[in-house]
Design a protein around this ligand. Structure first.
Ligand code: PPS
Length: 291
């Protein structure tokens, strides 16, 4: 399985951003060899900076009776292709939680078990303008990126960022979700608009019975403010450069308008139209939202 494109080693000097260095072809081969997916497994999947952590928190609370517990979120819902960096693949696979739960940013065709198992995959997608901005700050804060926003914008629209093109990623998962009952496709903006309803949608998909108390417990502990103030959910434990915003940065829809120039917006609109023209997937860019 060729997972990591040969040109992944954009060297940073031209302002390029790479996959996290520990996501190597060797890691991907190991995952392919060792990861035997169980039908009961639950995966939270997203293109980076689309609401992965947010959905991890919802799923974690849902499967943990509304209780945060002692583990930080990246232990409670561990990262498949990042296993080598953290607990190691064996520990990730032998986790005590039942059902097992994972998170990942992998593309559809690289995702363990997605075609043959009956495991459940919750895919979160976010409008790509806000996604790009969030990704820029993430790259500066956690990946050592030293380029400007303008340089990052150029990389993003070329798909020269971690996990490649937003469009390839999202459109493949979207298509797959329409043909599979085991993939739930959720949009960040819908979660933002009505978090309580999003929690219910996830519960229905996972066949978890929500009484009002559990529903409320999950919803209140999954708001941006609640997660930002929660040391188990805010990712403050991940190395971040202090001069840049933290993981829980703004958590809003429409922030792109604070960063995109009108020229960038025009370029983006053209690219967006090109990639999305054959798809019925639509995004909410927060037009009309006062930010
Ligand atoms: S990562 O590093 O790829 O796993 O990042 P990911 O968790 O996918 O995305 C981070 C962005 O999601 C925002 N976030 C939230 N928004 C609203 N509500 C809640 N509860 C929430 N939790 C995380 C987080 O703030 C990042 O977005 P930006 O726009 O940078 O603030």
């Amino acid at each position: 399985m060729v997972a990591v494109p040969a040109d992944r080693n954009y060297d940073g000097k031209g302002g390029c951003v790479v996959f996290p260095p520990f996501v190597t072809q060797k890691e991907m081969d190991l995952i392919e060899k060792k990861f035997v997916v169980r039908d009961s497994d639950i995966f939270v999947v997203a293109y980076p900076k689309s609401g992965t952590t947010w959905m991890e928190q919802i799923v974690h609370l849902m499967l943990n009776n509304g209780v945060q517990g002692d583990k930080v979120l990246s232990e409670a819902v561990p990262w498949v292709e990042g296993a080598n960096r953290y607990q190691g693949l064996d520990k990730l696979l032998n986790q005590q939680s039942n059902p097992r739960r994972f998170h990942s940013h992998l593309l559809y065709h690289l995702m363990p078990g997605v075609k043959l198992s009956r495991a459940k995959y919750i895919y979160v997608a976010r409008n790509p303008k806000d996604n790009a901005v969030s990704f820029y700050f993430h790259s500066c804060s956690k990946l050592g990126y030293d380029g400007t926003w303008d340089e990052f914008f150029d990389l993003y629209i070329q798909g020269k960022v971690g996990y490649g093109s937003f469009f390839a990623h999202v459109l493949d998962w979207w298509k797959a979700s329409k043909n599979s009952n085991n993939i739930l496709f959720v949009k960040y903006e819908d979660m933002k608009r009505d978090l309580k309803q999003a929690v219910k949608t996830v519960a229905d998909f996972l066949q978890v019975k929500l009484d009002e108390e559990l529903w409320e417990a999950i919803t209140t502990q999954s708001t941006f403010e609640s997660m930002a103030n929660n040391s188990k959910a805010n990712l403050d434990w991940v190395a971040q450069r202090p001069q840049f915003p933290k993981h829980m940065r703004k958590g809003i829809v429409g922030d792109w308008r604070n960063h995109f120039t009108s020229e960038q917006n025009e370029i983006f609109e053209t690219i967006y139209a090109k990639y999305m023209k054959d798809s019925d997937l639509q995004f909410d860019f927060g037009e009309g939202v006062i930010i």
